[in-house]
Design a protein around this ligand. Structure first.
Ligand code: ZN
Ligand code: ZN
Ligand code: ZN
Length: 206
């Protein structure tokens, strides 16, 4: 059973050129590149124009949208998901809170990854002074104080503006420091031979 949609009301956008608002859509949507399923808040059928289309835009409850006939790839729409498929917690919370749908007997696994809790793709110890422990006297290899990875040491800066040395850019190793509860991994620095947040966490009590 498809679910009823809200009108695609926005405060922005251009002139009407023949679009129609869809009143129902399948419950779940997943655009290419999405790591989870989302829920459809509103949808718009767009007529062919400027050599493109027609196409349909599906707006997610959590903000983004996906489109059919999108150069970025396919789009999936389903009413029911196989057990265990992860669904965007923001979308489900908003859709059910707005009364778009009956609360199902069993909720799917809900996921939400706050930006500051998702481990960074680049270790905060990359290219940083004071966050590397040299492993040889000639400063060629070092251990990252933020994540434990072993990698090459490089000079930081160039030529006359060189200002020391640090570990090359690397993905976080298995011993990545726990995120500061207040700043995540954004302010990790080296202090007294170990990694810590610049704010002082997790030092001893002041
Ligand atoms: Zn979502
Ligand atoms: Zn590291
Ligand atoms: Zn902090």
């Amino acid at each position: 059973m498809p679910v009823a949609l809200l009108p695609p009301v926005t405060t922005s956008g251009g002139n009407w050129y023949g679009q129609t608002a869809l009143t129902t859509a399948p419950r779940y949507v997943r655009g290419r590149g999405n790591s989870r399923w989302h829920r459809v808040r509103s949808a718009i059928d767009n007529p062919a124009s400027h050599g493109r289309g027609p196409w349909t835009t599906y707006n997610y409850w959590c903000g983004p949208f996906a489109q059919t006939s999108d150069d970025r790839g396919p789009l999936w729409l389903v009413d029911d998901l196989p057990p265990g498929e992860p669904v965007c917690g923001t979308c489900v919370g908003r859709a059910l809170g707005a009364g778009q749908d009956d609360v199902p007997a069993g909720l799917p696994p809900l996921v939400f990854s706050p930006r500051w809790q998702a481990p960074p793709s680049t270790c905060p110890g990359s290219n940083r002074q004071n966050l590397v422990e040299p492993l040889d006297a000639r400063l060629r290899v070092g251990r990252c104080l933020a994540c434990g990875a072993h990698d090459s040491i490089r000079a930081l800066g160039r030529g006359y503006s060189s200002y020391g040395w640090g570990l090359v850019k690397h993905a976080p190793g298995t011993d990545l420091i726990q995120p500061c509860p207040f700043h995540g991994w954004h302010r990790i620095v080296g202090k007294d031979g170990r990694a810590a947040c610049d704010c002082g966490w997790p030092g001893g009590a002041p």
